[in-house]
Design a protein around this ligand. Sequence first.
Ligand code: 13P
Ligand code: SF4
Length: 325
Amino acid sequence: MPDTLTPRAPSLYDKVKTVIPAIEWPVFADDIEAILAWKRERNAVILAHNYQTPEIYHCVSDIVGDSLALAREAAKTDASVIVLAGVHFMAETAKLLNPQKTVLIPDPGAGCSLAASITAEDVRLMRKRYPGVPVITYVNTSAAVKAESDICCTSGNAKKIVESLGVPTVIMLPDEYLAQNVAAETNVKIIAWKGHCEVHERFTAAEIRELRERYPGIVVLAHPECPPEVVAASDFAGSTAAMADYVDRERPGRVVLMTECSMSDNIAASHADIDFVRPCNLCPHMKQITLPKIRAALENMQFEVTIDPAIAANARRAVERMLAI
Ligand code: 13P
Ligand code: SF4
């Protein structure tokens, strides 16, 4: 344990006081102080996804954002160690972009139902079935699946990537709903896979109708992993970063985010004037990441993300092609 603890944690409480009850703070403060000290000791940065809980998102992270921002920032950092507070595919993407650096994930079991829905062999079969059609894989996939694809996309750039290829038809894997939502906005024909996000597939248009009846004037934002009927019933659909930007820019009086629960908490912490209605769904994978596990990751340098060199080069090419667009 380094002896450089600084008493920063008490002042950090101000950032989260509207979303974390005072009685719970002492439980977090010790881990937060230790993590801040370990970060300096290890020359580490913590990249946190928007679905991380407020004490992680606001109190220990260096960079927060959607999958695209995390990939971009991972490519830029000059820290020696990257701790990815998010799910496994995000840590793999960070490692692909930083082969010489140590990338740690606090819980290697933090998966994703989309990443689990498709294998590299499935992609090879799709290529055989649709010869010559380029394959776009969502970043929510394993490195092995990325390695079989031409280019990656995220929810923040999917339409742009589809249209950048200049072809009439593309294969877009594995999120069926993201593919359908993008298809609704472009003339490019999209061949999809049947993968779904277990968090976003549960939202329904009926739920939105009820919310609008109960809260007249409410603004409804949805993630494009939601079924198309949910996106159609919403006022705006976009990546987690796009939803946060929308709230910042438009300042709706009352808003509901059809996405993972921590999103609203994290934005609400800095927007006391906005009423967030929260019929959210938890992502059990994102919630595997906790402050004690981040502390243990830095203390013990665990769990290191490694990628089979036989697939890393091709997977990196697909991610870098995306970042170049
Ligand atoms: P974003 O890229 O929009 O942050 O989405 C990642 C994700 O896992 C959403 O479920
Ligand atoms: Fe995967 Fe859905 Fe969880 Fe995002 S919210 S990590 S897509 S299961």
